[in-house]
Design a protein around this ligand. Structure first.
Ligand code: PR8
Length: 470
């Protein structure tokens, strides 16, 4: 059975279920179950993210999931932005609670009251913490597994405080670099976009977003980074004594990545046979399949076991010695995106070699046993590089740059993302929205627009980005 990826929406749901990543049949809308195979993939990706956060000076913490109503409602813009999405706990058993409790939609209002107790002097900063937790948002838009959840199961949120604006700006740069490294390692191409005023995080001074392009041609916001300025430190009364002995407000930033990291890996690299996983994050990196003929069963099995023992010390390997047919085994492990398959049959045993098949391009070759480990290292490296290149080429093919108003209308309703130079006025960005029937996502970070604004003809200051988005 094949999974035609050109029908992306069906492909995505089907592959998630068939490859046993998640089970979406749980009877609460927007909630799902991680199955063991999917959970391993999730742990490998989250583990790498944790490692990156720690390497850049962020310390892991864990805050409660419950937020008292008065804390949640303190920051006006923030509460307005999340009002329709909050789940409330009103009772303990039959007893109404004195103070209603919110299930965190995100943790600013859980964390910053504690920051006000922890931050006393400039020496208490920089303060950089993060947690990887579940958060709850009563999403009213169409829910989709891992893409739009009501229980976001893998919410990496970092919250940081600094004594001055320059340090908060440096943090925004640090996160841009760390997140870029993260997406590069996953082989997910992205644009970094500064969101327009009307689309920033509730309570933020400004929002930076990482957007990738899904096979449907729609963008997916895969990470955000918010400079909250001193808005939240005023609301939560966080203050410190600066170097000159004056009371001052810290500058706060926060940065988030969710289950969408896993969804983008699945969506962008997968093909008609199912998942194609980057070797670094594949729960199974190599599967060994013995090809057994009746009169040669013993020597094939013993060779297979020896190779398994040897490879086990270096890779995540499965020896599939179940009674299933080789064909069924190939199908199963291809669907699960295992980067390398090793087939061992009597001919291989006789020639002291194995047959190695790559998942990404299905290329097959015979490799002498003596060279196996070294060659596998090269093959895995090459798979990683080719997967990145393929994803990059597809991304580029869905990203159209135009330089004049006349060119815009050709892309109305097409499944692509459009970039165009703009002056920076909202009215021009909105007019392009009308022509393209796509939303204005914002302006590319640190990229100056070339030439003149496609609408008003004034000198372009930015490169605008328009797309349909998840
Ligand atoms: C913050 N506060 O909350 P953000 N399902 C899956 N992923 C989602 C969903 C959802 N329903 N909603 C958002 N995301 C800040 C930063 C702490 C951390 C993903 O920011 O609301 C999106 O990729 O922008 C989003 O960029 C990220 O979570 C962070 O959420």
């Amino acid at each position: 059975m094949e999974f035609p990826k050109d029908k992306f929406s069906e492909w995505y749901q089907e592959v998630l279920e068939q490859a046993e990543v998640v089970d979406n049949r749980y009877p609460v809308k927007g909630c799902l179950v991680w199955r063991p195979f999917g959970f391993k993939l999730r742990s490998l990706i989250a583990g790498y993210l944790r490692q990156l956060m720690e390497a850049t000076g962020h310390e892991e913490t864990l805050f409660p999931a419950l937020i008292p109503e008065d804390a949640l409602k303190k920051e006006e813009e923030h509460v307005e932005g999340f009002k329709a999405e909050v789940y409330w706990i009103t009772h303990g058993g039959d007893t109404p609670l004195d103070v209603k409790l919110a299930l965190r939609p995100t943790s600013e209002t859980a964390i910053y009251p504690m920051f006000s107790l922890w931050i006393r002097s400039h020496a208490d900063m920089p303060l950089r913490v993060f947690q990887i937790v579940n958060t709850f948002r009563y999403e009213t838009k169409h829910t989709r597994p891992l893409i739009r959840l009501r229980e976001i199961t893998t919410f990496k949120e970092a919250h940081c405080a600094f004594p001055d604006n320059a340090s908060a700006e440096a943090q925004m740069d640090l996160i841009n670099k760390a997140y870029s490294e993260f997406w590069d390692e996953l082989g997910i191409p992205f644009l970094i976009v500064k969101r327009p005023e009307w689309d920033k995080f509730p309570g933020a001074d400004y929002t930076i977003s990482f957007d990738t392009i899904m096979p449907s041609g729609k963008t997916l916001q895969i990470a955000t980074s918010h400079n909250l300025g001193t808005n939240f430190s005023k609301t939560f009364n966080i203050s410190f004594e600066d170097k000159d002995g004056n009371q001052s407000r810290p500058y706060i930033t926060c940065h988030g990545i969710s289950d969408r990291a896993i969804s983008s890996v699945i969506a962008i690299h997968g093909d008609n046979r199912g998942l194609v996983l980057p070797p670094r994050f594949a729960p199974v990196q190599i599967v060994i399949v013995p090809i057994i003929f009746r009169d040669r069963e013993e020597d094939v099995i013993s060779t297979t076991r020896k190779i398994h023992e040897k490879l086990k010390t270096k890779y995540r390997v499965v020896l599939d010695d179940t009674n299933d047919t080789p064909g069924n085994k190939f199908y199963k492990w291809e669907l699960k995106g295992v980067p390398v398959r090793i087939e061992i049959g009597p001919k291989d045993v006789d020639s002291n070699a194995v047959t190695v098949v790559r998942r990404d391009n299905l290329h097959k070759e015979s490799i002498p046993l003596d060279d196996l480990v070294e060659r596998l290292d090269n093959i895995i490296e090459d798979i990683t590089a080719s997967m990145k290149e393929k994803a990059r080429n597809e991304f580029e093919s869905r990203l159209i740059t135009v330089s004049s108003k006349e060119e815009l209308s050709a892309w109305d309703g097409k499944p692509v993302v459009v970039k165009a130079p703009v002056c920076g006025d909202e009215s021009c960005a909105r007019e392009v929205e009308g022509i393209l029937n796509k939303e204005f996502r914002g302006t590319e970070l640190k990229k100056q627009g070339k030439g003149s604004c496609v609408i008003c003809g004034k000198p372009a200051r930015y490169m605008g980005v328009w797309s349909n988005a998840y």
